[in-house]
Structures are given as structure tokens and as C-alpha cells.
Design a protein around this ligand. Structure first.
Ligand code: ADP
Length: 398
């Protein structure tokens, strides 16, 4: 938002400065805005000028590089300059006041303004790219999230701890013929802890962490997405051992469309660069890319081949055990009424994502506090579910 405001400010000042420059040049007589505007309205054929000269109607004329402005009793007109060697003489003989101007014309100034805007845009683009890399691909050493904060996913936790151990101690495993894994896909609907899990894994295994998402690589400028991928991998390599987390991976990793439009081509470039980077870091182990998606089937097949993102974990909505743990985590320190037994809540939350369960419990607590009640009741839960749009698995008796 701030960046947009700044861009608007810059554009406003650029237009203001250009307008001031035009007015200043007009007042010094280097250009004539009046005649320019008049000339745009009164563009006539050269034969009209010729006729006006012959009839002695031209009172004033300005001969420029590529056009002639002339004044008659009817107004100011403009016509092309055919570079006639006798024109000036004919005008003078007819009694017209003649001036010649070469060099600066409005079109020249517009050319300069265009150059300034064009090169300015390129400079701003480059600056943004550098700034983008600095700010977006932030390397975090301690994410502050622990496995204990995550409900469920016990099998994923164990497998991934092992993968990171291989990543950190490649020599130990190489002897046994075990190679570090480069890429893992976490698949499943949103709000079930894919991001949370990647963060906790970095914390628990004490490696650096860079979080990014598919949309960060999309850009209106051609090849920019691919460049950003390279920047990401360069940065991660400089901070090994490092986990790179790419959320919404399907938005950049979608199956390539070779017959597509500009956007498809840009996407193809991003995937190709991604594949090159993944293939390139065999020698410098120490990187693990975790990509999250809710649409595994739409990913480009080349991305999920062995040696790339070849391990997949599916993380769905929480099962009963995980829901029980979520209730425990998110109602800690809260005073639940007798009717809200763990069983009741676990059943009520069946079918919701972890994030939705968290939202309902937090909202219910807020409603409870606002009403000044000492106990959290089913009434609060129902009201919170309605407010957050969660569909509880409850049959309300009428
Ligand atoms: P995803 O990446 O799958 O869309 P997130 O990791 O962003 O989901 O989860 C959003 C929020 O929901 C988390 O910040 C956390 O508060 C809560 N949450 C999601 N999954 C879990 C979980 N398994 N255990 C505890 N909290 C969770």
C-alpha cells in the first residue's frame, strides 16, 4: 500500500515537473504552446500555405525542422516543411514576418520526457528487484515455532526430522548410500499447518529458514520470475543449511503450456529455472525445498520426478486425535463449562481445518469476555462459528 502511494507520488511529481518545463520553455519562446495547440487543430496541406502566400494572407511564419507554423487573419495553422529553398524568400516577399527554429520542438521535448520516463522505469525496476530480494527472501534463524505447537502430523514430523538430519550430515549418510532429499511437497487444503510445520522443522533442526510464496515470483516484467527464483536459491545457498518454503506452489509450478500466451511462457521459464536450480545443488548439499500446494495433480510432471520434489506428504483436515490436541492447545487457560467436554468439541469440529478450529475457539473466548461471562459455553461456540463462517458438526435440537 505504501509502495503504491510512493509510486503515485513519484508519477504526480514527474507529470508536474514535465508540465512546468513545458510552460517555462513556452514563456522563453523556445517553443510556442499556443501555436502548437492551434497547429494541432489547424493542420493543413502545404498547398494551402502556398496559396495563402500568393494571396498575401500570411502575416507571420515560423519555419521548424519538420513543419511550418503560419498565421493568417483566420488563425494559426501548421503544415509539413517540404524543405523548399525558395519558401523563406517567398514568405518575406509577401510581407510575412519569418522566424526559423531548429532543435527544440515539442516533439523533441516529448522524446526527452519519454527517454527519462523509460530509463527511470528501468532504474526503478532494477532497484525494486534488489530491494525485493533483500526484503522478501528474509533469512530467519529462529522461527519460534516448535513441534509441540503443532497438533497431529506425527508421521510427517518423524520422517522430516530424518530428512533434515541427512541434510545436515550428508557425509554420515553418504557412506550408507543415502542421498539428501532436495524437495518435499506438502499437499492438502489450506489451514492445516503446512507453513507452521515448515517453520517448526527449521527451528527443531536448527537450520535457517526462508519463507516465500508462488505469487512472489509472478511479475508483469518478462523473465523477472525466473530471475527471482535464481536470487532465492543464491540467497539460500549462502545461508546453508537452509530450508526454503514455497507456499501456493501450484501458482508457479503448474503444468507447462508450450502453446500458451505470454503469461504461460513466463511460467514455463520459472519452472525451467526451478528445475535447473534443483538439479544444480547436488554438489552443495544443505538445501531443502518444501513446497506447499492444495493441488498436487496440477503440478508439472518434471518437478515431481526423482531428484526433485520426489517426496509427498498429504496433510488433510485433522482427525479426531488431532482435533483433541487442537482443543487442548487453543483452549489452554480457558474456563470451559461442563457441557463442553473434549468429546463434544472433537465431534463438533469434525470437517473443519485446524485454522478454522483455532478461529472458532479464539472468537468464542472473545465473545465470552465481551459478555463478561466467567465460563465458555456452547452458546459462545455456536455464535463464534456463525461469525467465522465455520460449519459445526452439530445437530441443534428444536
Ligand atoms: P497452511 O500452510 O496449511 O495453509 P498454516 O500453517 O498457515 O496452514 O496454518 C494457519 C494457522 O492455523 C496456523 O498459524 C495455526 O495457528 C493454525 N494451525 C494450522 N494447522 C495447525 C496444527 N496442525 N496445529 C496447530 N495449529 C494449527
Amino acid at each position: 500500500m505504501n509502495k503504491n502511494k510512493r509510486a503515485l507520488k513519484v508519477a504526480f511529481f514527474a507529470i508536474l515537473i514535465a508540465a512546468i518545463a513545458l510552460l517555462a520553455l513556452d514563456s522563453t519562446g523556445i517553443i510556442s504552446m499556443d501555436s502548437w495547440f492551434a497547429g494541432r487543430d489547424g493542420r493543413v496541406a502545404y498547398s494551402e500555405l502556398s496559396k495563402a502566400i500568393d494571396s498575401g494572407l500570411v502575416t507571420e511564419a515560423t519555419i521548424e525542422d519538420d513543419r511550418i507554423l503560419f498565421t493568417t487573419a483566420e488563425g494559426v495553422f501548421v503544415t509539413d516543411n517540404p524543405d523548399s529553398s525558395t519558401l523563406k524568400e517567398r514568405l518575406l516577399e509577401s510581407g510575412a514576418k519569418v522566424s526559423e527554429k531548429d532543435g527544440v520542438s515539442v516533439s523533441t521535448i516529448l522524446d526527452v520526457v519519454f527517454d527519462v520516463v523509460f530509463f527511470g522505469a528501468v532504474a526503478v525496476g532494477l532497484y525494486k528487484l534488489v530491494d525485493y530480494s533483500r526484503k522478501t527472501f528474509k533469512v530467519v534463524h529462529k522461527t519460534g515455532v516448535r513441534f509441540d505447537d503443532i497438533a497431529g502430523m506425527d508421521d510427517v514430523k518423524a520422517d522430516m526430522m530424518y530428512l533434515v538430519d541427512v541434510l545436515k550430515n550428508p557425509a554420515k549418510y553418504r557412506e550408507k548410500g543415502i542421498r539428501p532429499v532436495k524437495g518435499v511437497i506438502l499437499e492438502g487444503p489450506p489451514g492445516n499447518g503446512k507453513t507452521l510445520f515448515a517453520k517448526a522443522l527449521a527451528q527443531e533442526t536448527d537450520v535457517n529458514f526462508i519463507a516465500t510464496k508462488g505469487a512472489d515470483f509472478q511479475s508483469a516484467m518478462m523473465s523477472m520470475g525466473a530471475r527471482k527464483i535464481k536470487m532465492l536459491f543464491n540467497k539460500a545457498s549462502r545461508h546453508k543449511p537452509c530450508i526454503v518454503f514455497i507456499d501456493e506452489f501450484d501458482s508457479i509450478g503448474e503444468r507447462r503450456n508450450y502453446a500458451g500466451t505470454g503469461i504461460d511462457k513466463e511460467n514455463n521459464r520459472i519452472i525451467t529455472t526451478m528445475l535447473n536450480e534443483m538439479d544444480g545443488f547436488t554438489a552443495n548439499n544443505g538445501l531443502l525445498v518444501i513446497a506447499a500446494t492444495n493441488s498436487y495433480a496440477s503440478l508439472d510432471p518434471a518437478l515431481v520426478r526423482p531428484g526433485r520434489f520426489d517426496i509427498k506428504f498429504t496433510i488433510g483436515n485433522p482427525d479426531a486425535r488431532t482435533r483433541a490436541r487442537l482443543v487442548e492447545i487453543y483452549s489452554k487457560g480457558r474456563n470451559l463449562s461442563g457441557e463442553l467436554s473434549a468429546d463434544v468439541l472433537v465431534t463438533a469440529f469434525d470437517g473443519l481445518s485446524c485454522a478454522a478450529i483455532e478461529a472458532v475457539l479464539n472468537e468464542a473466548q472473545a465473545l465470552c469476555q465481551m459478555a463478561g461471562n466467567s465460563e465458555l459455553t456452547m452458546g459462545h461456540i455456536l455464535a463464534a462459528a456463525q461469525k467465522t463462517g465455520a460449519r459445526l458438526n452439530i445437530r441443534i435440537k428444536k
